[in-house]
Design a protein. Structure first.
Length: 168
């Protein structure tokens, strides 16, 4: 996945709308389905937990299918991009210790992965206004840049390929 410029205001607006729509759909859908099931199949004991749970599960499945169908719509562009970015960074995070160890041993692939990881984290944290650890990220990036200069390596985020992670 390649890093792209994202309009933060548009991303935040669309993300908030997706969150509100999700909450509303989950509440209305699960309650509506549960009430329908309770009306169709009343329980003489008065407990309807299983119908309420069924309503939530059916609504979640319907929402998953619906969001999966609209994920490529222009409205979802930024939200879907950030979702994929988070997935990509999560894959790296799981192997970060090994990747950093390999980068310390001058592994160029590991250095490219770290460069992508740092740039992706920077973008994600700026989009989500999570700038608390941005200073620490800058230190990590500076150390990586020094190492790359020492080895005369050009780091580029376009060089990242998730398949590289399989070797770590």
């Amino acid at each position: 996945m390649q890093l792209k410029k994202i309009d933060k205001a548009r991303y935040r607006k669309h993300l908030n709308q997706v969150i509100v729509a999700s909450i509303a759909l989950l509440a209305i859908g699960s309650l509506g389905i549960a009430q329908l099931l309770i009306a169709l199949f009343p329980d003489p004991s008065g407990t309807h937990f299983h119908w309420n749970l069924t309503g939530v599960i059916i609504t979640c499945i319907a929402m998953f299918i619906g969001f999966n169908k609209i994920k490529h719509h222009e409205f979802m562009h930024e939200v879907y991009y950030v979702w994929r970015l988070k997935q990509s960074l999560n894959l790296i995070t799981r192997k970060l210790k090994k990747v950093r160890a390999a980068a310390d041993q001058n592994d160029v692939s590991a250095m490219q992965v770290l460069h992508y990881y740092y740039q992706g984290c920077r973008q994600l944290w700026q989009l989500d206004d999570n700038t608390i650890t941005m200073e620490e990220l800058s230190i990590w990036q500076a150390k990586l840049d020094v190492k790359a200069d020492e080895l005369n390596i050009q780091l580029n985020t376009t060089e990242f390929d998730p398949e590289i992670l399989k070797s770590f």
